[in-house]
Design a protein around this ligand. Structure first.
Ligand SMILES: Nc1ncnc2c1ncn2[C@@H]1O[C@H](COP(=O)(O)OP(=O)(O)OP(=O)(O)O)[C@@H](O)[C@H]1O
Ligand SMILES: [Mg+2]
Length: 256
């Protein structure tokens, strides 16, 4: 099992889009991925075509009633598995924020009762809030994948991102391996190239070569509850996420 937290405390940068399409791309390569929706907005759940679940069938029940993760997990049409989220996750901070060891709950849940199979990649879609849920994701993860969108404000947020990572890593006592991927890249805009160059200067080899373009298929596929490979298999979005998964596999990013 290799656990990757898809994290950025800035909203709308493509965390959910990246998780949705990477687990689909991994499933298409026979890698048996598991996606975990750890965001009270439940966007990954919705984008996967799952609606109107009671909270008892989501990861909320893992936190509130110690329901085993294996009983919450469900299979998606792509062959990937998903642990869905529910709006009630908003309560986790206030209800369980002071529970001892709450930050390790997901790590323990994953290692104790799920996936003894070492080859399974687990991708956690984080919420843009720094709280108990994000700490759970970072504690459970061996690596971070950080989408940064190709706009000026996102670049301004990079320092805040570094600061947020320091806060999350402090209780861990170590730096977590990471890759940064640029999203919403518009090849008609000079600004997109400038931002890519600045990210390369800042992150060096941690920045992925692959650039995820701004495309209609990536914006529209979640509306239909589909990943981009099902919705528009020949479009730029499918091409970009295929390139990203190849690059990450090539660099051993999903290795246990
Ligand atoms: N490459 C892209 N091209 C076009 N639209 C995109 C692209 N990536 C993301 N989007 C759209 O932008 C919006 C925000 O993306 P997404 O939900 O993936 O971001 P997020 O980081 O998960 O947001 P949040 O912080 O709220 O969880 C969504 O409507 C999504 O469909
Ligand atoms: Mg999201």
């Amino acid at each position: 099992m290799s656990v990757i937290a898809v994290f950025n405390q800035k909203g709308g940068v493509g965390k959910t889009t990246t998780t949705l399409n990477l687990i689909a791309a991994l499933a298409r390569r026979g890698k048996f991925p598991l996606g975990i929706d750890l965001d009270p907005q439940a966007h990954l759940t919705l984008a996967s075509g799952i609606r109107n679940l009671p909270s008892s069938e989501t990861i909320y029940a893992f936190y509130s009633a110690q329901k085993p993760l294996s009983q919450i997990m469900r299979e998606l049409p792509s062959g990937a598995h998903l642990i869905p989220a529910h709006m009630e996750l908003f309560k986790i901070d206030s209800l369980y924020g002071r529970t001892p060891n709450i930050t390790s709950a997901l790590k323990i849940g994953l290692t104790q009762e799920l996936l003894p199979d070492e080859m399974i990649p687990v991708l956690i879609d984080c919420s843009p809030m720094l709280g108990v849920l994000s700490l759970n994701a970072v504690f459970a993860a061996q690596r971070l994948l950080i989408p940064v969108s190709a706009d000026y404000l996102s670049l301004q947020g990079v320092n805040r991102l570094d600061a947020a990572l320091k806060v999350l890593e402090k209780p861990l006592g170590k730096r977590i391996e990471r890759r940064i991927v640029i999203t919403r890249f518009d090849s008609r805009r000079r600004l997109s190239y400038d931002i890519f160059d600045q990210l390369r200067e800042h992150y060096g080899k941690d920045l992925c070569e692959t650039r995820i373009s701004e495309t209609v298929s990536l914006a529209e596929s979640p509306v239909h509850g589909q990943d981009v490979f099902t919705f528009a298999p020949h479009g730029q979005g499918a091409k970009d996420y295929n390139s990203l998964v190849e690059e990450l596999l090539g660099k051993g990013f999903f290795n246990p």
